[in-house]
Design a protein around this ligand. Structure first.
Ligand code: PEP
Ligand code: MN
Length: 375
């Protein structure tokens, strides 16, 4: 845990002594460091396990002390995604646009799975609909070992080439293996795509090595879908691995603060996509759980969006669109929606794709929602 004092408070200040005293009283080992600049100095108190573990100390107790500016946890199980201390809402820059829980709802659209028609689709999205953000699955985690797993690197190349050709501001794509980070970097550089890339973690991925790897870089924003069968707690825990990054321990299994500290990636987004249910009579493929958006908005600083496609699972009776409309009530920071060309059958999740001929209706819905919320 690191306690940062307000700028200008020096090492010898009584307010630093109060932090040290409280830490010692809680069985922790405090170490004070001061960085003196030309005009101000910043003092931090690093708290490591003493007779008691830092995990047992509540950051709120430190926040209450006079002169404390910030309290951060550094171990993954305890990195605090909790909103608190009157902190401003966290904004994440995607392309040139800020995403945030207090900002207008953004729309990201594209195919479930990238295929050879992607250039035509992206061209239409940009020129006919003014779309800025495009999604596209390249590596697809499937529930059946025999199902099509996506075109992989070939799909990344198609998608980023189309994004470059049509001036897409940001591309969202899913990664399921650590090696995909380097593959995306390499293909982005080959293709020369200069826009933003958001890498997302799907509902079926809980790979901690991958989450840590995403936490050890800052060039890609990371979006985490909620675990398919998981709870909000599991979702937050997965995100903590990204926010914490890799940690290093010495031979005595003590956290090496120097090496571990300046890691982690807080450029993260959450996306609520519904959870597994067992009611075969329901039209919905997954239970929507839009309430997850409220829980995240209320308790955590991460911008949280909505994927109405996967829970509805079908456009029969316009289910995806009505599910989206219902989700807007919960004030998502963005909507991630699967769309398809009207005359081409998508490779995956065909039943839930919103045809392009309906996209304007969706855009109007979100535009009106933003107007009402902004006014
Ligand atoms: C998707 O967005 O296409 C996808 C596979 O999502 P999820 O991981 O939520 O099922
Ligand atoms: Mn899909």
């Amino acid at each position: 845990m690191i306690v940062t004092l307000q700028a200008g408070i020096g090492k010898e200040d009584a307010r630093v002594e109060a932090v040290v005293a409280l830490a010692e009283a809680n069985g922790l080992a405090p170490q004070v460091r001061e960085v003196a600049g030309a005009n101000i100095s910043v003092t931090e108190v690093y708290l490591t396990d003493g007779p008691k573990a830092t995990a047992a100390m509540y950051p709120e107790h430190m926040f209450r002390l006079e002169g404390v500016d910030n309290v951060r946890r550094v171990t993954p199980s305890a990195v605090s995604l909790k909103a608190g201390n009157g902190a401003k809402p966290h904004h994440v820059k995607v392309g040139r646009v800020m995403f945030g829980n207090d900002l207008p709802c953004q729309l990201i659209v594209g195919p479930c799975t990238v295929d050879r028609h992607i250039d035509r689709l992206v061209g239409n999205l940009v020129s006919e609909h003014g779309v800025k953000f495009v999604r596209g699955g390249c590596w697809k985690p499937r529930s059946s070992a025999y199902a099509f797993p996506g075109f992989g690197e070939q799909a990344v190349e198609w998608l980023l080439s189309a994004a470059k050709a049509h001036g897409v501001e940001a591309v969202f794509l899913e990664v399921i293996d650590t090696s995909h980070l380097d593959a995306v970097r390499r293909i982005r550089d080959q293709v020369g795509y200069a826009g933003q890339i958001v890498l997302w973690i799907g509902a079926r991925t809980g790979n901690l090595t991958l989450l840590r790897a995403l936490g050890m870089q800052n060039e890609f924003v990371v979006m985490l879908k909620n675990p398919i069968d998981g709870s909000i707690g599991q979702w937050v825990t997965n995100a903590e691995f990204v926010v914490a990054g890799e940690r290093y321990f010495d031979d005595d299994v003590r956290l090496d603060i120097q090496r571990s500290l300046r890691q982690g990636n807080d450029q993260i987004l959450f996306c609520a996509r519904g959870v597994q249910h067992h009611d075969t009579a329901s039209l919905y493929r997954f239970a929507p759980r839009h309430d997850m958006i409220d829980a995240i908005r209320a308790g955590y600083w991460v911008p949280v969006g909505l994927d109405p496609s996967h829970s509805a699972g079908t456009m029969v009776n316009d289910l995806v669109i009505r599910n989206l409309e219902a989700g807007l009530v919960h004030l998502p920071a963005f909507v991630l929606l699967e769309v398809a060309l009207d005359n081409v059958k998508p490779l995956c999740d065909a039943a839930q794709a919103v045809p392009l001929s309906r996209l304007r209706q969706v855009q109007k819905m979100i535009f009106r929602h933003n107007e009402v919320m902004g006014g």
